[in-house]
Design a protein around this ligand. Sequence first.
Ligand code: NAD
Length: 456
Amino acid sequence: MDKITEAVQLQNDTIKSNELLDISKRIELLLKLKEVICDNEQRIVDALKADLNKPVFESYISEIDFVVHEIDLAISNIRKWAKPQKVGSPLTFFPVKSYIYKEPYGKVLIISPWNYPFQLLLDPLVGAIAAGNTAILKPSEMAPSTAKVITELIESKIDKKYIAVVNGGVEETTALLEQRFDYIFYTGNGHVARIVMAAAAKHLTPVTLELGGKSPCVVLNKDLDLSAKRIVWGKFFNAGQTCVAPDYVLITPEAKDTFVKACEKWISYFYGKDVKSSSDYGRIINERHFDRLNSYIEGSEPLTGGIVDKSEKYISPTLVSADSKSSIMQDEIFGPILPIVEISDLSEAISFIRTNEKPLASYAFLDEASEKDRFISEVSSGGMVINDTIVHLSNPKLPFGGVGESGIGGYHGKYSFDLFSHSKSVMKRSFLFENSLRYPPYQGKLDLIRKIMSIL
Ligand code: NAD
């Protein structure tokens, strides 16, 4: 029996056993997950370094600690989240009580990408387990060191009848998608998302699709220096390979030079004069992505940066001038190159953004309250930050997800629990009182019922 069939059969048996309806069992699994992560932090940091040269600081705040905080949050709140919620009932069926019960879907498939290869696999897992599901995890084959560590850690501590890991590329993912799952959670690009959704449709399996897009960043405020600092940080974190990284900047011609100079200043402040030797700056995941990004640099005259070294998959923080027709403005960049596009005012910026697909995030640096309100109401995107970048996903009280081309569904914190739970409507009636108005023969009852309903 191959690994996929075995994991599927084992997990189907777990679901039949009702074991994970017991919240103590879910908490036990989450505690095991936390323990195995905390006991092996260094191995995880090393793997992320091997795959992406990820700085230690970034490995903790955006991968390890991120997941551990989600586990802690779930453990502290799971009983509250799982409690049936009492809602009102129509008097027509008095006496009656109505509730929403959260029930697990069953067996969940989680497919993740390579840029945050630890967090994007384990964070949804926390929600899936908290909600009482079993899970099969498919790490990205493009971050092989992290995939290996995750597999070893999970297999060493947790029975695959609850959580199983299947490694591989297209062939293995295709085989997984042929199985019947009760929920599929996919993070990655829109092309594969369509393959996942088509496979899910065969079994009417619900999906969450966490995708990307070109996240705009409008800069129309006065404090260009602070704006540049926050944009440089959000853009070059993980060497620009962040789904919510600012993809491009929209700014007026008058402010452009000052802004570019401020970016240069912050780049050398953050990473030193020799960025390549900085332990705080990452590398491009592989040669294919390096070549793709390098072709953008070759086709432009960088305003700053533009230094590359293929042997190290290094691309320096780079700013280029661009307009809507530039090749760099056609697809999500997903790397450390920031195009600067000129616009004359907020109206032009908003219409520029709206001619493109709805992005995963949008950012606007603005001073006036009326301009902020206008941006919030007229720009549709998965999430949004006014006067900063990427920080919204650190708040578990906000759902994280896309809209349109940038995805379907949102998670983090309680939203993850809700996402992986079916909300079952339950009415509990009693035998104390019987109102016979609803039963045939209906003759003469309709007017009376309609009168009662209008009063109620
Ligand atoms: P990737 O290449 O690692 O692919 C993601 C997953 O899809 C992998 O597990 C891979 O094995 C699987 N896969 C690839 N081809 C497949 C196929 N033909 N059939 C079935 N499965 C297949 O990662 P990627 O797609 O390059 O990731 C980058 C994209 O993900 C960017 O667009 C980025 O914005 C987006 N992203 C979104 C989020 C988010 O939370 N919304 C987070 C990170 C990345």
